[in-house]
Design a protein around this ligand. Structure first.
Ligand code: SF4
Length: 386
């Protein structure tokens, strides 16, 4: 059984945790045997851990039937509107050097630009698209060639201090501009928790595994409003299988006891206050704005834009590109793609008729099939939901 499996993997702690989860789940089942406790793992890396290590199967083999792990919108590449990708491709074809993270390279746009559907295809057609690991790599490279350049600043709160510190320290050369596409996770969590119930009869989310990396910046305190408003437990977890299992056990324990607290399981990296220096740096350079999420639409106060006094670094402003407004926003997922539902925890990748048929990691159709943090890509690579 699951305990035996865990022992065979020489993970006695895993067996211990699974046993606790089973006991708590059994106690909860006594209240209502049919009730399903949905736990949202917000972050793509948590979903990776769950699927890669088969944690859903481990729980199932342990006889835990009333707990469902639901993936959330924690993949920044998946939720970046196609509009910005298309603008980046246009700039690339106009001779601007485009710097991007590797998992954006094959991200498919909804509209082709000069025949290209992605930056990879734009590069194949002669555009200068360069893959970098960090903004600083782009800074160093752009200084060498002095050509007009744009960095696609895709990411959550974790990447923002890298951008703000480079700007504040005066490292960014005049030829390099930033397209700030940073998304904020707490507003998205509120949105997902509201949207996950299509019908009043659908089970709500009973607990949340909050993102560990993001919380190193924003701190455990960022999730207190979620726990308070929805009266559900929130556990900030690390990314080892035992971190995730501990989070599940803690959530079930709180549900059993009628509690709804924020608990930091990832104590080796996350503090309640977060990284105050990073928060100050971000707030100096960026302001919070309403932001569009791919296939979903605008979520209030869920993005970061450069403040007025740092606009000389703004790629959209510099190249005269109008920003995406609610009036201009259009549904930007390809026909049949269920990425929006997958990101909001309303569907599984296997609910999409294109999954592993027309849409595969080698030939992605939707954005969730591209990044290592995309739920469809994770399910595709490791053979289902784990
Ligand atoms: Fe979109 Fe492909 Fe996932 Fe379907 S399988 S939801 S098309 S990314």
């Amino acid at each position: 059984d699951a305990l035996e499996l865990a022992f065979r993997r020489k993970t006695k702690i895993t067996a211990y945790l699974v046993d606790y989860i089973r006991k708590y789940a059994e106690e909860l089942a006594k209240r209502d045997p049919k009730y399903v406790y949905k736990i949202m793992d917000f972050c793509g890396t948590h979903e990776w851990t769950i699927v890669h290590f088969g944690l859903r199967s481990v729980l199932e083999m342990a006889g835990v039937r009333n707990v469902e792990l639901v993936a959330g919108p924690g993949c920044p590449v998946c939720v970046t509107p196609s509009y910005y990708l298309e603008q980046a491709m246009k700039l690339a074809f106009d001779g601007v050097v485009i710097y991007t993270y590797g998992d954006v390279f094959k991200l498919p746009a909804i509209n082709r630009v000069n025949g290209a559907r992605s930056l990879a295809e734009a590069k194949a057609r002669g555009a200068d698209v360069r893959l970098v690991h960090t903004f600083l790599h782009a800074v160093i490279d752009a200084k060498k060639h002095n050509k007009p350049s744009v960095f696609l600043g895709i990411g959550f709160e974790t990447v923002a201090p890298g951008y703000s510190e480079a700007i504040l320290k005066g490292l960014v050369p005049p030829n390099l501009k930033l397209m700030s596409l940073v998304k904020l996770t707490p507003p998205a969590m509120f949105y997902a928790l509201d949207m996950v119930r299509e019908k009043p009869t659908d089970y709500p989310i009973s607990g949340v595994i909050a993102p560990g990396h993001v919380s190193t910046i924003v701190g455990g305190k960022a999730w207190a409003p979620v726990a308070e408003q929805y009266e559900i437990p929130v556990v900030v977890a690390g990314f080892e299988p035992n971190d995730v299992l501990t989070a599940i056990a803690e959530i079930l324990k709180q549900l059993k006891n009628g509690e709804h607290k924020v608990v930091i399981e990832y104590v080796r990296a996350v503090k309640w206050e977060g990284d105050l220096k990073a928060q100050s740096s971000i707030n100096t350079v960026f302001e919070t704005v309403d932001s569009a999420w791919r296939g979903i639409g605008y979520i209030p106060k869920s993005g970061l834009a450069l403040r007025e006094r740092f606009r000389q670094y703004d790629a959209l402003e510099h190249f005269g590109i109008p920003d995406l407004t609610p009036e201009r926003w259009q549904y930007d997922l390809p026909p049949g793609c269920k990425c929006a539902e997958v990101n909001l925890g309303k569907a599984k990748p296997t609910d999409c008729p294109l999954f592993m048929k027309a849409c595969t990691p080698d030939r992605p159709i939707g954005p969730c099939m591209v990044s290592v943090e995309g739920t469809c890509a994770i399910w595709a690579r490791f053979g289902g939901g784990g």
